[in-house]
Design a protein around this ligand. Structure first.
Ligand code: CP
Length: 352
């Protein structure tokens, strides 16, 4: 187990950490989860420490798991609404007296607290793919305290960590687990790609048999796909991409169908002919929905996963997401949501 060199490190992408380090984080998360189940407090771990959380976007799970997590570790989390502070902006994108340069915000918060966590994707960076991740890197460049990625336009590393912890709990490990990440239909085309990208990166890093399924036109970042292939080769797993929704589900142990938007959406302004073509691709694939028929062709002990929030009736039917008990395949979506708390507490206690 890797036990050194976590202190002070940023958590911007899963690729910043080795497989051994991720195993350590999962192991610490399991310990903290057991403590909580036993009613044992661990509020000495981050006593009197402060996490600043800047949310450019909405959140239920991320905000509350970080905030509750800091309370349970003995510290405090401040919620910062960018519209109520001087909105942190990259150099060249500043607006007089309504924004403040990221380098200035980062250095000020660095003097007052112990970590900065940021969520940013989509509208705040005009859907310019990579723009939000670059902003998080800029924060990290200007402060010594850890910067944590609460979802940007490329990665959602804490969601991915919760996903692999859930798989580990349900299957006892990763070897031979068939992990299918699939695009699914949603009436909203404005869905970031960070969740599927982080999910396949971690699944490949853990050595699972990974299948990525999506209609043509919904491709993910080619750099992420290359990294998945490298992880699969290094860890003895596999990685394949298909446009066959049902084929990808056959025998799958993990069924993870989720809408994301395609490359053209990331080329502003939204509403161009490219974006209209994207809408057409969505509309042609309304049958990419996770229903009972899909779960029945997966492994008999398969789990349904979704980062939430999900679009019920479009991405998934109620009888799938709500089947959390009983025989056969089950929904693990709420276990997965809970695991956000435990993995984030693990990372915070290690890096802060
Ligand atoms: N899965 C997730 O990140 O949820 P929130 O958008 O509610 O934070």
């Amino acid at each position: 187990m890797q036990t050194k060199s976590f202190k002070g490190r940023d958590f911007l992408a899963e690729t910043d950490f080795t497989r051994e380090e991720i195993d350590t984080i999962l192991s610490v998360a399991e310990d903290l989860k057991k403590d909580r189940a036993r009613g044992d407090y661990h509020d000495h771990l981050l006593r009197s420490k402060t996490l600043f959380m800047i949310f450019y976007n909405q959140s239920l799970r991320t905000r509350n798991s970080f905030e509750a997590g800091m309370t349970q570790l003995g510290g405090h989390a401040h919620y910062l609404d960018p519209s109520k502070i001087y909105t942190p902006a990259m150099e060249g994108r500043e607006v007089a007296y309504s924004t403040e340069r990221v380098s200035d915000v980062a250095r000020v918060l660095d003097r007052m607290g112990d970590a900065i966590a940021i969520r940013c994707y989509g509208d705040p960076v005009d859907w310019e793919y990579g723009g939000a991740h670059a902003m998080l890197e800029e924060f990290a460049r200007w402060c010594d305290i850890p910067v944590l990625n609460m979802e940007d336009d490329v990665y959602h590393p804490f969601q991915g960590l919760a996903d692999v912890l859930t798989v580990k709990e349900k299957f006892g490990g990763f070897k031979g687990v068939k992990f299918t990440m699939s695009w699914a239909y949603s009436p909203s085309v404005h869905k970031p790609r960070a969740v599927p990208q982080s999910a396949i990166l971690y699944a490949a890093m853990m050595g699972m048999e990974v299948t990525l399924a999506h209609p043509k036109g919904m491709e993910l970042d080619p750099k992420i796909l290359t990294q998945c292939k490298e992880y699969a080769d290094a860890q003895g797993g596999s990685f394949q991409v298909t446009d066959d929704f049902k084929g990808a589900m056959e025998g799958a142990h993990v069924v993870y169908p989720k809408a994301w938007c395609a490359t053209p959406i990331f080329q502003p302004p939204v509403g161009t002919s490219d974006a209209i073509e994207t809408q057409a691709i969505f509309d042609r694939h309304k049958d990419w929905i996770c229903n009972k028929e899909i779960m029945d062709i997966a492994d008999k002990n398969a789990i349904y996963m979704h980062c939430l929030p999900c679009d019920r009736g479009y991405e998934v039917t109620n009888d799938v997401i709500d089947k959390t008990k009983g025989k056969g395949w089950l929904s693990a979506a709420f276990d997965e949501a809970e695991n956000r708390l435990h993995v984030q507490k693990a990372v915070m206690s290690l890096v802060m």
